[in-house]
Design a binder for this molecule. Sequence first.
Ligand SMILES: Nc1ncnc2c1ncn2[C@@H]1O[C@H](COP(=O)(O)OP(=O)(O)OP(=O)(O)O)[C@@H](O)[C@H]1O
Ligand SMILES: [Mg+2]
Length: 179
Amino acid sequence: MITKKGNTRFVLVFPKLGFVVKFPIVRISALWPAIINPWKYGWETESLIWKAPVSCFFSYKYLFFSGIVANWLEWRFWRRYKHPFIHPTWFSFFGLFNIQKYGKPINNDCYFAIGSSVAKTTNGASIECGHGLESSGNYCEVNGTIRLVDYGSVRTWRVIIRHGHKLMKLRVSECLIKY
Ligand SMILES: Nc1ncnc2c1ncn2[C@@H]1O[C@H](COP(=O)(O)OP(=O)(O)OP(=O)(O)O)[C@@H](O)[C@H]1O
Ligand SMILES: [Mg+2]
């Protein structure tokens, strides 16, 4: 078993068994400031941080719930579309843990190459998803082509629906552009 850590999920990888288990990262350390800061700095400014959406990196919703939301969205997207560009998510326990098919990692040497090839193929649409479609860690390799393992964001869904059929034809060897 191997362990991996993303920004929002902690992943147990079982390559020989052919699956991974994704757990949300809940930043408990933010609980104390979340309670204390409104007293310290006043509710007017702190309410902005409380009300900011889960997609906003400084929000309390992100710090506490982004992993659960990502897990749940990943499961919902797979269940609804079963798009061949994404790697299957087999099960979710209300976002508290997900079971996904294991995927062979992409060679990390080509971190930018995957993202830039994906950006070209999507006419720049993937750039708006930020890290989601950029990082080679979010892809795996299937028969020399790329598949996405991290799709727990609605912005990423839109790009997959629109451009996924082209992206699944991208070959890893073609992405190995030298800078
Ligand atoms: N299906 C899979 N097969 C193999 N490894 C995986 C799989 N899913 C995730 N991983 C590994 O776990 C890491 C973290 O998973 P994932 O990208 O889903 O989490 P995240 O917290 O959403 O990441 P990010 O930091 O991109 O937001 C990945 O970069 C990858 O190395
Ligand atoms: Mg990721």
